[in-house]
Design a protein around this ligand. Structure first.
Ligand code: KG4
Ligand code: ZN
Length: 350
């Protein structure tokens, strides 16, 4: 069965056709980066207008690339929240209209569940050769969700049994990346540009804090790290230190501190719950340092042995294929939304 999925939570207008929750027949993402680069960040009103302009062409392209018509679609799915309310409204309204007029069931999913469902995807078409992923969930599993709006750690004892162990007390990991990048005057979006600069720097040049590492729980905090970073940038500017190298060292040390602080909590959970697998998902999981560090650390573990999984990069940042993957179980359980009453909701799924 095929699901047409729509995603407009923040600044990507995306649509996808996903077969049986696992096989991505098409995934179209229209990125609004050039629109928001001018303002150095997302202006909600501007994002919503861009969604309105692009949502139908993107849906159309997803259907065309998947070579399907409305008769081949079993349900329409949408991420109904969390996200920017004016952005969410566009996707939700489009999905409601399509489901109603086509006479198909409507499935509403949480944007966060969608990020986590990225681990369910087994095949991605639309490349020169379909890309296959090995999907083999092992439980207990620890799942770290790191995005622009969220940093949350979950324990999954078995499929469908997930509980949150902790989350950030202030900034999300992606937000911290974006703010640090802004202090260095790097272009929007900040995460990838800071990461690119960090590749040329020394991760040990600055001893930034690993926030909350001794807190004995699963909470995260990034405001202290951000302040330490801003203070260091100011001091360097005042001293007029050699610019490019110092900026790269700052970026590298910051990125490393953030990555290590995430792993400290993950490792604690792996030990406490005897976990067999760890997964990282969300936009920040596209970060190379984070992926490499987690791969290296988990490889070292012998007791218990831990498997590390991370979705392909395009499945980490916002896209609609993961919405289709998340909608599949809900569709099978007949948990449908009403196309006449569904509303976008920034607290969806809570
Ligand atoms: O999941 P996502 O696309 O949207 C939200 O749900 O928030 O995540 C976006 C966040 C942004 O903060 C962005 O800077 C960050 O993910 N991000 C990265 C990288 N790619 C995206 N951060 C660090 N390194 C990257 N390569
Ligand atoms: Zn997201």
């Amino acid at each position: 069965m095929n699901i047409l999925a729509i995603e407009t939570s923040c600044d990507e207008t995306a649509a996808a056709v996903v077969k049986n929750g696992k096989e991505v027949l098409s995934s179209i993402v229209f990125s609004q980066i050039p629109v928001h680069a001018k303002t150095g960040g997302v202006v909600p009103e501007v994002a919503a207008r861009a969604h309105v302009e692009k949502v139908i062409p993107v849906v159309d392209e997803a259907m065309r690339k998947a070579k399907v018509g409305k008769r081949d679609i079993s349900a329409v799915a949408v991420a109904a929240g969390p996200g920017l309310i004016t952005s969410l409204l566009v996707g939700v309204d489009t999905a409601k209209t399509l489901a109603y007029s086509w006479g198909k069931p409507l499935v509403a999913v949480s944007h966060l569940d969608a990020h986590m469902a990225a681990t369910e995807i087994a095949i991605m078409h639309g490349r020169s050769k379909p890309k296959k992923f090995e999907v083999r969930a092992k439980y207990p599993r620890v799942m770290l969700l790191v995005s622009g709006g969220h940093t949350q750690l979950f324990l999954e004892r078995k499929k469908g049994d997930r509980r949150m162990l902790g989350q950030t007390l202030d900034d999300a990991a992606g937000e911290a990346f974006d703010k640090a990048a802004a202090v260095l005057n790097l272009p929007y979006p900040g995460g990838p540009s800071l990461s690119a600069l960090a590749e040329k720097g020394d991760t040990t040049a600055y001893a930034f804090p690993r926030p909350m590492s001794a807190s004995g729980d699963y909470m995260f905090s990034y405001s202290g790290l951000k302040t330490a970073f801003i203070d260091e940038v100011r001091e360097l500017k005042a001293r007029g230190v050699a610019r490019e190298k110092a900026r790269a060292n700052l970026a590298a040390s910051f990125e490393y501190a953030l990555v290590e602080s995430l792993y400290i909590k993950v490792e604690r959970a792996l030990d406490q719950y005897n976990a067999k697998q760890v997964a990282i998902v969300g936009g920040v999981a596209a970060n190379k340092k984070l992926r490499d560090y987690f791969a290296a650390q988990t490889k070292k573990r012998t007791r218990p042995q831990v498997d590390f999984i991370v979705p392909d990069r395009p499945l980490c940042t916002d896209n609609a294929a993961i919405v289709g993957a998340a909608a599949y179980e809900k569709y099978r359980a007949k948990k449908f939304a009403n196309p006449k009453t569904l509303e976008a909701d920034t607290g969806f799924g809570k």
